[in-house]
Design a protein around this ligand. Structure first.
Ligand code: KIV
Length: 271
């Protein structure tokens, strides 16, 4: 049986650190499942990791559902959560419920994640939770707002930290079951971990969080541009490239020493 949102909330109470990784297809889902992590996120970062876009903005709801179905075929134990993509929840509550509902009806996802805490977003979260759709919040660096906020560290001033703190409390109040805090000062994440009852899952938010999440491709060194807060555990892109080049070289070399039969040779029976 997969873990539930209650399991993750109990982990916080027990002081057990929550581990979370992203997946974008059946293959990466199998790696993430085998890692033994607690939460698998079909993150909209797949727009960049898997679809080659420069930001997360272009990925469609249709594509996210398609990728969540693929990941869902290989995920067994972790709680499976999908990102609601840009403009799937910002154009009215009814459309947001319909979009989020697709993940619960058409994929094995048990929850959705969305970014920000503007008043309209709060209304959406409230409605989703009352409809029975668990929601994970996401504050700090919110990539869907990259054209307003950039890719840099967020909430660096005391006043911005107080604003973010208030938003985090509001998200908990609206019923979010957990909160992702991305690229914010460690002191802010550490304080919120203590103040909130729901798990605070950090990414580039320092070590003192209830859990940590990373984009799996960044952790494995598969992406060309690494965020500053991730040290890849291996250089997978380099290793894969070297091995594939080696295979091509071997095939060409073998072909040269063992040429194909010349025209006019008798046919080989059975070929
Ligand atoms: O889309 C994603 O991969 C995310 C992580 C950065 C948490 O939201």
């Amino acid at each position: 049986m997969p873990l539930t949102i209650r399991d993750l909330q109990n982990y916080k109470r027990q002081g057990r650190i929550i581990t979370a990784l992203t997946a974008w297809d059946a293959l990466s889902g199998a790696w993430v499942d085998a890692s033994g992590c607690d939460l698998a996120l079909v993150g909209d970062s797949l727009a960049m990791v898997s679809l080659g876009h420069p930001t997360t903005l272009p990925v469609s709801l249709e594509a996210m559902v398609h990728h969540a179905q693929a990941v869902g075929r290989t995920i067994q134990r972790p709680l499976l959560v999908a990102d609601l993509p840009f403009l799937s929840y910002q154009c009215g509550t009814e459309r947001a419920v319909a979009a989020a509902g697709r993940f619960l009806k058409e994929t094995p996802c048990q929850a959705v994640k969305l970014e920000g805490a503007e008043p309209e977003t709060m209304a959406v979260i409230n409605r989703l939770v009352r409809t029975g759709i668990p929601v994970m919040g996401h504050l700090g660096l919110t990539p869907q707002s990259v054209h307003c906020l950039g890719w840099g560290r967020q909430a660096c001033s005391v006043s911005d930290q107080e604003r973010l703190r208030q938003k985090a409390l509001d998200l908990q109040q609206q019923g979010c079951f957990a909160l992702v805090l991305e690229h914010v000062p460690a002191v802010l994440a550490s304080g919120l971990r203590r103040e909130l009852e729901i798990p605070v899952i950090g990414i580039g938010a320092g070590p003192d969080c209830d859990g940590q999440i990373l984009v799996t491709a960044d952790l494995l060194g598969l992406t060309p541009s690494q965020p500053p807060f991730v040290k890849p555990r291996l250089q997978a892109a380099e290793i894969f490239k070297r091995e594939l080049q080696g295979w091509c070289h071997e095939q060409r070399h073998q072909g040269q020493t063992d040429p194909p039969p010349k025209e006019g040779n008798p046919p080989i029976p059975g070929c």
